[in-house]
Structure formats: structure tokens, C-alpha cells
Design a protein around this ligand. Structure first.
Ligand SMILES: Cc1ncc(COP(=O)(O)O)c(C=O)c1O
Length: 288
């Protein structure tokens, strides 16, 4: 009920999970039969392919474009090829690790394909954009949310989804009854009771994100990508991201480092306090 009040929907649309990770797993268990396809808009969050494979599904990677926008035509093509065998399209918005959101018109274009579309809004509070109000209008649109990021409850494992009521009813049948522990329930309730404090912190993180984005852009060897989340992805355009990552580690600054075919020579920086931004920028200037 507290979650329904926060989102502004009827409680029949809400199912809570031990983190949104559990809901990703439950959705896949509900819909997939062995060999069914799941569209994965790479680079993105690793739990979609992880859980798909555990459910004997087939991960269909559809790469994002150079600015990390999803490839609508590519998704349509992928869905079209194996139409009845493709069951779910996952889109993180804001996306992890790229930080960009997917516009509502693109989401609705995918919803109109008739497959289950899961919009993972784990970072919603940092972007302020959501498709949640449209869930009650479609039978195949799901929104996932989390208390791990904006409310800092990652270790307590509490997330939720906003589902069409028919899907919510089926999920409740396969969900373990005691999936959410008491400490997580109390923390969730208290977070919502103290929402102004949390929203103030979110605002501070957003302004710090904008300041960090600007400061990173001033460093000629980095190309930061605009972000709507609580982190910024940076391509290292001159130099070696691994060496930067290791050098920063020695100074006690920890980032994510990527060097995969779709994320070459890149770093992801999570937001901290203003003094953390300053320390990072100073360290980067000293190193390069
Ligand atoms: C896009 C995305 N979705 C879901 C999650 C998992 O969140 P939770 O802690 O609620 O399971 C993460 C965590 O990194 C994420 O980046």
C-alpha cells in the first residue's frame, strides 16, 4: 500500500521483490519456455542475460547506437524473425552503465509490438522521467523500480514492480510468500516517511552529477556521456582506461572499468559528495 501511494497507482498493480533483481527473475520464470527469446539492448545491466539463461531462454542482443539510444528498427527485426518465440524486451531507463533514458514514444512503439516490455527504472529518482502512469493502459507494459539506489537500501534487498493487474496476479502465485524480510519492510516504510530528506539528497546528487559532467568534459582525454542516473560513463579518448582505473585505486578512488567490444576503454564514475568530485578531478589531472 505504501508503494502504491508513492507511485500513485492502485495497489493491485504492485508486486514487491527482494531487490528488483528478484522481479527480473520472476518475470522470466513466468513467461519463458525453454528456447524463448529475450531482447537485450546492449550494453546494459547484466542481470537480464544472467536470469534469461538460467530460465533456459535465448538472449538476443540488439546493440544500442553510438549515443547508446536503443535501436528500434533492430529490435523490430529481431522480434520479427522469431516472432512467436520472442517473449520479453528489457530496457533499462536510465540505462546502466550508459546513463541515458529511452523516450516514451520509443517505448510505446515497442509496446505496440505486443511483446512484454519491461522498463527497468532502478534509477528513476535521478531522472524524474517515468512510464509508470501508462502501465494501467497496456496489458504488456511493466515498470521495475528499486530502493537500492536513491534510498541507499541495496543491502536490504527491496524493489518493486508496477504491473498490469493480470500479470501481478500471476506473479503473486509464483513468488515466495516471505521474499521480503522484516528489516527491509521497516526500512522501506521509514524511507517513505522521511521522503523529503531522501529527495533532498537525490537533488544534491543530481546537481553534483551536472558539476562532475562539466569538470570531466574539461579534461581533454575523457568523453563523458550525459547521464540521467547517479553515475557518469566516460570514454577515455586518449590514454588507457585500465591504467587510470588502477592509478585511481592506489589513491583510494574506486570506479568501474570496462573494455568490452561495446564499451571500449571506458570508466563509469558513481556520484559522491562535492569533496569526492574535487578529489577525483585533482587525481585525474595529476595522472594525465
Ligand atoms: C538497471 C538496474 N536494474 C536493477 C538493478 C538491481 O537493483 P536491486 O538492488 O533492486 O536488485 C540494478 C543494480 O545495479 C540496475 O543497475
Amino acid at each position: 500500500k505504501a508503494l502504491a501511494g508513492y507511485v500513485g497507482v492502485d495497489v493491485a498493480h504492485i508486486v514487491a521483490g527482494a531487490g528488483s533483481d528478484e522481479l527480473i527473475d520472476l518475470i522470466l520464470r513466468l513467461f519463458l519456455e525453454p528456447g524463448d527469446g529475450v531482447i537485450n539492448c546492449v550494453p546494459t545491466f547484466g542481470m537480464y542475460p544472467f536470469c534469461t539463461e538460467i530460465c533456459s531462454g535465448k538472449v538476443i542482443d540488439v546493440p544500442r547506437d553510438k549515443s547508446y539510444a536503443i535501436d528500434i528498427a533492430g529490435i523490430k527485426e529481431a522480434v520479427g524473425e522469431k516472432n512467436e518465440k520472442t517473449k520479453i524486451i528489457f530496457i533499462a531507463s536510465p540505462n546502466n552503465p550508459t546513463g541515458n533514458t529511452t523516450p516514451q514514444r520509443d517505448i510505446l512503439e515497442l509496446v505496440n509490438l505486443g511483446k512484454v516490455v519491461v522498463i527497468d527504472e532502478a534509477y528513476y529518482e535521478f531522472s524524474g522521467t517515468t512510464i509508470a502512469p501508462l502501465v494501467s493502459k497496456y496489458e504488456n507494459l511493466i515498470v521495475l523500480r528499486s530502493f537500492s539506489k536513491w534510498a541507499g537500501l541495496a543491502g536490504l534487498r527491496i524493489g518493486y514492480g508496477i504491473f498490469p493487474t493480470l500479470i501481478a496476479e500471476q506473479l503473486l502465485k509464483i513468488k515466495q510468500p516471505y521474499n521480503i524480510n522484516l528489516a527491509a519492510q521497516v526500512a522501506l516504510q521509514e524511507s517513505l516517511n522521511d521522503i523529503e530528506y531522501l529527495q533532498d539528497t537525490v537533488q544534491k546528487i543530481i546537481s553534483e552529477r551536472e558539476r562532475l559532467f562539466q569538470r570531466l568534459g574539461e579534461l581533454k582525454f575523457l568523453k563523458p556521456f550525459p547521464s540521467q542516473a547517479n553515475f557518469i560513463l566516460c570514454a577515455v579518448v586518449k590514454g588507457n582506461a585500465r591504467l587510470i582505473y588502477e592509478g585511481l585505486q592506489k589513491k583510494g578512488i574506486f570506479l568501474r572499468y570496462f573494455d568490452t567490444p561495446l564499451l571500449r576503454n571506458s570508466l563509469r564514475i558513481s556520484m559522491g559528495k562535492p569533496e569526492h568530485t574535487d578529489a577525483l578531478i585533482e587525481a585525474l589531472k595529476e595522472m594525465c
